[in-house]
Unconditional design. Structure first.
Length: 194
């Protein structure tokens, strides 16, 4: 099967993505293209397959069929489902981010808030401790977590703060594509609006 494609301007192309749980359908023959700068929302009832679809697209769950084509920085479309695990992991540290519905799934609970955010910077090559810490504090403040909480572990945070921490952790490297599974579900209404 061919894993390199040439297309113009499409950032992500999902073709025929399907996932079955025995006779139950998680998602079936999902197809769409996503262009740079676009925002797409997937709406449906609880249990309708939204999380299954996101997890299949992001490579967290193996689909039963289809392709997930992503345009790399070189402009070449590659089927991410055919990538090796190290390639997919690097993609998840650089160009992709995934904000989980439950913040604890996207955080390292035994690492400080600053460490959670800074870890992603280190994964892409940052090595200067002072710069990493300063960037982490900046992003914590952007999601309304006080800088004096930088050394606290996520377990000391409320559910809403954990979700905001997870958002900061994912956005700090400026990914080109962000998958978000109900990212504001644990936030109160005033924070959601901001």
């Amino acid at each position: 099967m061919k894993d390199v494609f040439q297309e113009t301007d499409v950032l992500l192309s999902v073709r025929g993505l399907s996932k079955f749980y025995g006779r139950r359908i998680g998602c079936a023959d999902v197809r769409f293209d996503l262009y740079p700068g676009e925002v797409m929302g997937i709406v449906g009832e609880s249990g309708s397959g939204k999380s299954t679809l996101l997890n299949c697209m992001a490579g967290h769950l193996a689909p039963d069929g289809g392709e997930v084509l992503f345009s790399g920085r070189d402009g070449i479309m590659r089927d991410t489902l055919l990538m090796s695990e190290p390639e997919r992991r690097m993609l998840g540290r650089t160009d992709w981010a995934f904000v989980h519905q439950h913040a604890r799934d996207g955080l390292r609970m035994n690492v400080s808030a600053g460490g959670n955010v800074g870890e992603r910077l280190m994964a892409v090559g940052a090595r200067h401790y002072g710069s990493i810490r300063a960037d982490a504090i900046d992003w914590l403040e952007r999601v309304e977590i006080a800088q004096d909480r930088v050394d606290d572990r996520p377990s000391a945070f409320s559910g809403g703060m954990q979700q905001r921490l997870q958002i900061a952790r994912n956005l700090i490297t400026g990914p080109r594509l962000v998958f978000m599974d109900e990212p504001t579900g644990g936030l109160d209404v005033s924070v959601q609006a901001r």
